[in-house]
Design a binder for this molecule. Structure first.
Ligand code: TYM
Length: 337
């Protein structure tokens, strides 16, 4: 008798740039969700080193950061046995599909990308074409794997919408070639703000190290940074408009403890900001302690890491090649054989 087939798992794709140790923002906005999604989806996770060179990188630092980002991804709980984990430049299909998709993306669409405007203002001496076409490479990453869902922070929403538009346009011309992906955003933590200017996103490129928490910061550093966080002159731990600093700390506390915002507000009702900030720092540090330990262990096993990313690239390559061949056929590229 024929066995009933288990329903095919949906596909997840996401990536992170290796431009320094990931922040608490990267972790709560994206990686924490990546870990949770591994149970129910077929997950593909990538260290996007090709995206990183849109900003000038020192070669030896890029190499080191790429390995560390890969190790950190595993240390956060991504299991290379269950998920496909690899490094973008190891799978040539990303740049190959990116070229094709760039011919189906309008100049006007790319000009509207707020991240391009921000980054070109910040790096006025190097507004290269890659910085401009960055979202096309991101669309290629996602569409190559026929991803159904893309877990990211809110700052990537506009890029994700462009990926959808490109997929729909291509499908409209050639039939159903690409799965049209949906974004997947965390309930709390989709946008973690700077600790020094809570109207700005927490970013690892911030010049002030007190503005961000790195996933590998020591416990006392994390507590110190939280205690120095800019808040307001009231003395009420409440999530309310105009209290950006407190709102941010409440979101962080809620995301790492699993408590809801009202539960957190009740816990600190009547207490001062000093106690609250220390508690947030301690909760973050406790949550991240096992990640730091596992990272240190993995970095002592470079051969194991190499095996993992090599096998990951092979699995990714197989999935990507299928899509690329389909695309080449649809657009009329003469096959080599
Ligand atoms: P990147 O490397 O800047 O960030 C990696 C992930 O972390 C999220 N994130 C945040 N979430 C909440 N609060 C913050 N302060 C914060 N800072 C960063 C980002 O939203 C992201 O999910 N272009 C992407 C990388 C990429 C990608 C892809 C993502 C390349 N190709 C395909 C998904 C699918 C980027 O620069 O992320």
């Amino acid at each position: 008798m024929e066995q009933a087939q288990a329903p095919k798992k949906k596909i997840i794709f996401s990536g992170v740039q290796p431009t320094g140790i990931m922040t608490l923002g990267n972790y709560l906005g994206a990686i924490k969700n990546w870990v949770e999604l591994q149970d129910d989806y077929h997950c593909v996770y990538c260290i996007v080193n090709q995206h990183a060179i849109t900003i000038r990188q020192e070669p030896s630092a890029l190499k080191k950061n790429t390995l560390e980002a890969y190790a950190l991804m595993l240390a956060c709980g991504i299991d290379p046995e269950r998920s496909v984990t690899f490094i973008q430049s190891h799978v040539a299909a990303h740049s190959q599909l990116s070229w094709v998709l760039s011919c189906y993306t309008q100049f006007g669409e790319l000009s509207r990308m707020t991240q391009f405007k921000d980054k070109s203002a910040k790096h006025a001496d190097n507004i290269n074409a890659g910085l401009f076409t960055y979202p096309v490479l991101m669309a290629a990453d996602i569409l190559l794997y026929q991803a159904d869902l893309v877990p990211v922070g809110i700052d990537q929403k506009q890029h994700l919408e462009l990926s959808r538009d490109i997929a729909l346009r291509f499908n409209g011309l050639y039939g159903n070639v690409f799965t049209v992906p949906d974004g997947y955003f965390p309930k709390t933590g989709a946008k973690i703000m700077s600790l020094q200017d809570p109207t700005k996103k927490m970013s690892k490129s911030d010049e002030n190290p007190n503005a961000f928490i790195s996933i590998l910061d020591a416990k006392d550093t994390i507590i110190k940074k939280c205690r120095r966080a800019i808040t307001d002159s009231e003395a009420e731990v409440a999530y309310r408009e105009g209290k950006d600093g407190i709102n941010n700390l409440l979101s962080i506390y809620s995301a790492v403890t699993g408590k809801t915002i009202p539960e957190a507000e009740a816990e600190f009702s009547g207490k001062g900001y000093g106690d609250f900030k220390t508690a947030v720092g301690e909760a973050v540090a406790d949550h991240l302690a096992p990640v730091r330990e596992e990272f240190n262990r993995l970095m002592k096993a470079p051969d194991h890491l190499k095996d993992c990313y090599r096998q990951g690239a092979e699995a990714a390559e197989r999935m990507a090649r299928r899509t690329l061949e389909k695309v080449y056929k649809k657009i009329g590229f003469l096959p080599p054989m």
